[in-house]
Design a protein around this ligand. Structure first.
Ligand SMILES: NC(=O)c1ccc[n+]([C@@H]2O[C@H](COP(=O)([O-])OP(=O)(O)OC[C@H]3O[C@@H](n4cnc5c(N)ncnc54)[C@H](OP(=O)(O)O)[C@@H]3O)[C@@H](O)[C@H]2O)c1
Length: 262
């Protein structure tokens, strides 16, 4: 799997990333079927399988239950083998989400994440939007805090996991990258991808398989073809705890990218 530049961050990512919500949380999630959180062996095997097949990109967040703790404990290989994307602003406590985008909270969250992941830097930190993208960017302290953390060398790049077109466009103007929803049934945020392509900012796609509502090899292939034919897309984060799905997704994406290049 050939690496791609994440906008102009200087970070090289595999076009397929592994989403790790299901490593740590199975309450209040929107997946079609209930699942058990995988044991340590399964998580470690999945991570090793991902790395062996060229995936270096991992997506986690404080709001993903024990996802960060498990990555800190179980990540195989060297830290430099991986590009870790984490988030700030959302917390999942006693079965409920809570949002806090203040400056001090943002700094403290990143410091805690560094400790939990047992690392001294994060590759990317995204503001985990609650939907009020513009208000967060214009009235809260999270953006300034991420700039400070970048200056201090604790994070290499920043961005937002955004939910609106206007918010996404502002992110492209002011930050290094955006994580945006895009799949064959949802194309409303394509203007954000176009702006990112023009400005050479990073784009990672979330919910590309509609959070598990797209299934089967043909469905996955159609979704990947749709996503990677858009301008500006550097990579796609797919959440899975099933090694067969992971291998299928890698094989399908390799086929799709070879075709897109032809
Ligand atoms: N920042 C945010 O606000 C935000 C929001 C949502 C998601 N995300 C990130 O983006 C990642 C992806 O989003 P997502 O997990 O909501 O959606 P997704 O990647 O579209 O879908 C994940 C679901 O698809 C299933 N799946 C994966 N490959 C499959 C295959 N080949 N065949 C059949 N089913 C397959 C997985 O089940 P199996 O485990 O059974 O494979 C899982 O339930 C997340 O893990 C997270 O890291 C971020």
């Amino acid at each position: 799997m050939e690496m791609r530049s994440l906008g102009s961050t200087g970070i090289q990512v595999s076009p397929l990333g592994l989403g790790t919500v299901k490593f740590g949380r199975n309450e209040q999630v929107k997946y079609p079927t209930h699942f058990d959180i995988p044991d340590d062996n399964s998580v470690q095997n999945l991570l090793s399988l991902a790395r062996e097949h060229g995936i270096n990109l991992l997506d986690t967040a404080p709001a993903y239950g024990s996802s960060q703790e498990r990555l800190g404990k179980l990540l195989p290989g060297h830290r430099e083998d991986w590009v870790i994307v984490s988030k700030v602003g959302e917390f999942f406590e006693q079965g409920q989400s809570r949002f806090d985008f203040r400056y001090d909270t943002t700094i403290a969250t990143v410091e805690k994440t560094l400790f939990t992941l047992q690392t001294d830097f994060l590759d990317v930190v995204l503001i985990h939007s609650d939907g009020n993208d513009l208000q967060i960017l214009e009235q809260e302290g999270a953006l300034d805090a991420l700039r400070t953390l970048k200056e201090r060398g604790l994070i290499r790049a920043h961005g937002m996991s955004s939910k609106t077109v206007n918010g996404g466009l502002k992110v492209i103007e002011q930050m290094d990258m955006a994580m945006v929803t895009c799949n064959p049934s949802y194309n409303e945020e394509l203007p954000v991808l176009k702006a990112a392509a023009q400005e050479n900012k990073g784009i990672l796609i979330k919910k590309g398989l509609q959070s598990g509502h797209i299934t089967g090899k043909e469905g996955v292939e159609e979704a990947m073809r749709f996503i990677f034919s858009q301008p500006g897309v550097n990579g796609m984060i797919v959440g899975t705890i099933n090694p067969d799905h992971l291998l299928n997704n890698i094989a399908i994406l390799n086929r799709v990218l070879n075709k897109v290049q032809e």
